[in-house]
Design a protein around this ligand. Sequence first.
Ligand code: SAH
Length: 370
Amino acid sequence: MVPLPTRLYDHDAAGLADLLDGEPRYRVDQLWDGLYRQLAHPDELTTLPKALRARMAGDEGLQPALTPVASSTDHDGATVKWLFALPGGPQVETVLMHYRDRTTVCVSTQAGCAMACGFCATGQGGFERHLTTGEIVEQIVAAARQARQDGRRLGNVVFMGMGEPLANLDNVWPAVERAHGALGMSARHLTLSTVGIVPGIRRVAAQDLPVNLAVSLHAANDALRDDLVPINRRYPLDVLMAACTEYLAAKGRRLSFEWALIDGTNDRRSDAAELADLARSLPLPAHVNLIPLNPTPGWPTRGTPPEGVRRFRQWLDDRGVNATVRRNRGTDIDAACGQLAARVPRADRGAGAGAGASGSQVAPVELTRR
Ligand code: SAH
């Protein structure tokens, strides 16, 4: 297996100090402050001595990992999606979302995904490679920088982009710690989303930081879930619920279930009843996030229409389960849940067939806020 690249944001403060052997400690602190408090691009750190900047410029290991390939903004300017190229060629997407009261970034944790959920565009494309800690951290830093330019403060990170975070926990967890430590984000505002990797849930439960856990459930009986979310065959619902109970016991915090509403598949009254039973089987009932299924190229079934979504939510409510209907952000730029597939945005695809595979040849697109 090709080793993963190591770049600037892969290093913690001690690692940077080691690498910058010979530089006084206050210089390392200054660099750290520039990267994580000022959110500066390394080229902009003009307060550092020229010699140090030259040293960094000449060392690949002290350069950023992400190359912006394209970015797109949705019709109201509230959602921005970037396509980044990683060393070695894979591409991932990052989505920044401004809400009335908060700003959130959705980061990718793997290039592609091995979980093979049929309704998810990333799953349809298969697995390429894990992201490094630095590649994940750099997405957060890039989003924080953009948010600041937009006059907002990035307050929330959801690890809900491409990939399965708990299948790459060795790299994801240090990124969580960096967001908490260096970027000063509250653990309550960091959310790991998982398809239900039970050993990963247990590992996160054993960590100190009380981050949020979102479990992508989508079905509340094993027969349907085996079909929609193939990893269920390895970690069926009773095993998954036991791990969720452990998580709750360790953190004392409510967790959430994600439920992509698929027309005629998991939006019936009986589905709501089964879901409510599962949500209420936990010591603290789970909160349910309902997401009408977003369209993807490789899945025929539609999302539940708005009336069905309202009805489903009411059924849950009648059974004492709180549910929020997630506003669909970024569907017009394929940036919504399940639509991330690392291809060049529609407007840039032009006539070139297969443009998605050769995205690195596309010039960066200027960010336009309409
Ligand atoms: N692998 C992780 C995180 C990435 S997916 C996980 O499964 O949780 C982020 C969320 O989008 C998950 O809840 C996923 O089930 C959901 N999702 C995937 N495809 C979707 C689609 N086409 N429409 C709506 N939500 C989708």
